[in-house]
Design a protein around this ligand. Structure first.
Ligand SMILES: [Zn+2]
Length: 372
């Protein structure tokens, strides 16, 4: 893999960090390239916390940008060792940096008496840390960074206007999705997305949406099997509490073109060309394909005690996340009623159908996802 460092700011702390990470990456056989390079896989973007900027013009969505900032000081009441407790405040400090610097991940360094605290913040609002004085610190940073940087996004769609007119208004399954979408909202499981429109201007907002292949930030999704080969799924960035239109809010996923890395979506004639399937469509696709007895899947940013969890926090919409979730579903005693944790992120839950799925998890969901 090629990586490069780009920056508009430095400090002894940041300089030491960049040097250490670069050496650790080189030791693993990755090549540092001077910028501007055509298409590095990873860009380490070093910037100022008060004025975060992208110092790199990203040409391809496959480029992963990790922005590094020095956090001058944390508000005194924030105990870094209790970062899950102070999640909201840490996100308030670091999430705007992620978005403004048009990056996939932010690494925030905070100097403390013991050394420095390292916080990682992801687009999915994950936040985890490396403790000061951790032995092979730069190896730990690489272990956190590389799986994310090397993951493959499957978020492009191919919209085909071949949905039979009899389904243009949906069916019993999509009715159920509407009902349970509202319920998610009532249960507080459709968390308010981070208000990125408040920290970005119109132009940057459009750029971010294009960059991440999204049309708005919203979390969680629902799907229900239609037949052997296809399933209904909530659209990308839509309000789950108000699922209206077939071909926009709810889409019929009919396949995955592995060669072109595209999700095939069947829509009514004359549908909105901008409609997109949820970024997790690849994950749901792999599960429905592997387990004919699975009839419904839900993904939420919440937790259930003692669930098995993925080891890495791969970004949403990547093949790696989908495969790791699939293998955990496989290992469940009954793959058609599995509850799988996605590290620092949320849950994916399978069911025979939506009624059975929701009845089984009733009262068990915890709103706060453990971060570590
Ligand atoms: Zn998610």
């Amino acid at each position: 893999m090629e990586f490069c460092v780009a920056g508009d700011h430095t400090s002894p702390l940041l300089e030491g960090f960049v040097k250490g990470v670069s050496e650790a990456l080189t030791k693993r056989g990755h090549r540092s390239c001077p910028q501007p390079s055509d298409d590095p896989k990873l860009v380490i973007n070093v910037t100022r916390i008060g004025q975060p900027r992208p110092n790199f013009r990203r040409r391809s969505r496959a480029t992963f940008v990790a922005t590094v900032v020095e956090v001058d000081a944390l508000p005194p009441h924030i105990d870094p060792t209790q970062h899950t407790k102070h999640l909201g405040e840490l996100l308030q400090i670091l999430y705007p940096v992620l978005v403004r610097a048009l990056s996939n991940l932010v690494i925030g360094l905070v100097r403390t008496e013991k050394g420095y605290e390292t916080f990682f913040v992801t687009l999915e609002l994950g936040c985890y840390r490396i403790e000061p004085g951790s032995g092979s610190y730069f190896d730990l940073v690489c272990e956190r960074l590389l799986p994310l940087a090397l993951a493959r996004f499957i978020i492009d769609n191919e919209l085909v206007e071949d949905l039979p007119p009899a389904l243009w208004k949906g069916n019993e399954q999509t009715e159920k999705m509407r009902f349970y979408g509202k319920l998610l909202d009532e249960l507080g499981l459709q968390p308010a997305p981070f208000p990125i429109q408040n920290i970005l201007n119109e132009r940057d907002l459009r750029h971010v949406y294009k960059l991440y292949g999204i049309t708005g930030l919203s979390y969680g999704n629902l799907s229900a099997r239609h037949d052997e080969k296809s399933f209904w799924m909530t659209g990308r960035g839509v309000n789950k509490a108000d699922l209206q239109k077939i071909g926009k809010d709810i889409l019929l996923i009919t396949g995955f073109d592995a060669k072109r890395e595209r999700i095939r979506v069947s829509v009514p004639k004359g549908s909105d060309k901008k409609a997109r399937a949820s970024v997790d469509a690849i994950e749901h696709f792999l599960i429905y394909q592997a387990f004919p007895q699975v009839g419904a899947i839900m993904h939420v940013h919440a937790w259930i005690a003692a669930v098995p969890s993925t080891q890495q926090n791969y970004p949403c919409g990547t093949l790696e996340l989908a495969q790791e979730v699939l293998s955990l579903v496989q290992r469940a005693p009954d793959p058609s009623s599995a509850v799988v944790g996605l590290k620092n992120h949320g849950l994916t839950i399978t069911g025979h159908d939506l009624d059975e799925l929701f009845a089984r998890i009733k009262g068990k969901l915890i709103q706060n996802v453990p971060m570590g």
